[in-house]
Design a protein around this ligand. Structure first.
Ligand SMILES: [Ca+2]
Length: 260
């Protein structure tokens, strides 16, 4: 009996990762297919920079070199882009990531993260994820420190659809037109906790527990969850969208990994 349950459990994890990988590949293909347009729209702010730069500097929460000029703009660019992805239908649920879509079998959350290259706390193998962006829950960090993080998304929705989370991360320098790197990650579904464990560091939000008795965010250590561990050949959960064929130095510096 126990053995049967284990076999079922294993199959289940494999099926989850097959879905995660399937949509990872589709999203990668779609984004790469539109890369020229994305790069052009991401730099469109620069042409009218004189109109907003002083206001931006005066109101930024962080020092200018760390404040992300693209924070709002990148989200807008990807909203516009994914609006053309016929297969993905928008969903109106209030609890979710920047972008949230539905297909015949999945509910897909895509969050856009931008960070300047002078803010290494936010890249290099880890990525900040909020409660409304993931179904991955933990009680402690990878160092064993207590860290109650109650993910707000279910692993499966009540309509039977699986919950999938992807992150698009853009690292750039405020003075340059082109980003340093654009990457895409598949964050494991919470039902895969047995596989990936406590692969998180503390997040950046305030230390107190919130109304859900949880910390508001985590830094997910994707360098420790970089492969689909339950699939044959363990394909990568990380895709680099830009630049093409990134060097080992770029992978190490920005993603904290040596190869994809
Ligand atoms: Ca975001």
């Amino acid at each position: 009996m126990n053995i049967n349950i284990k076999v079922f459990d294993k199959m289940n994890k494999e099926a989850i990762e097959q879905k995660e990988e399937e949509y990872l590949n589709q999203i990668e293909y779609f984004i790469k297919d539109n890369l020229d347009w994305i790069l052009k729209r991401l730099k469109s702010k620069n042409e009218i920079k004189n109109d907003w730069i002083n206001i931006f500097k005066a109101t930024a929460r962080e020092a200018y070199d760390k404040a992300s000029e693209l924070d709002v703009g990148a989200e807008r660019v990807f909203h516009n882009l994914f609006g053309r992805f016929q297969m993905l239908q928008v969903n109106s649920t209030p609890i979710g990531a920047d972008l949230m879509f539905e297909t015949y079998d999945s509910i897909i959350h895509i969050d856009i993260k931008t960070t300047t290259d002078s803010n290494p706390a936010d890249f290099g193998g880890k990525i900040q994820i909020g409660q409304n962006q993931t179904s991955y829950r933990v009680n402690k960090t990878n160092r064993g420190n207590p860290y109650p993080f109650k993910a707000s998304l279910p692993t499966f929705y009540s309509n039977g659809k699986i919950c999938l989370t992807y992150i698009i991360q853009i690292i750039y320098n405020n003075d340059e037109d082109k980003p340093k790197i654009i990457s895409l990650f598949s964050i494991p579904n919470g039902a895969l906790y047995d596989t990936y464990g406590d692969c998180v560091n503390a997040g950046k939000h305030k230390k107190e527990l919130n109304k859900l008795n949880s910390r508001g965010d985590i830094r997910f250590l994707y360098k420790d969850a970089s492969k689909f561990e339950n699939l044959n050949n363990k394909p990568s959960r990380i895709k680099v969208i830009y630049p093409d064929n990134p060097s080992v130095d770029i992978l190490k510096k920005y993603l904290g990994i040596k190869k994809l």
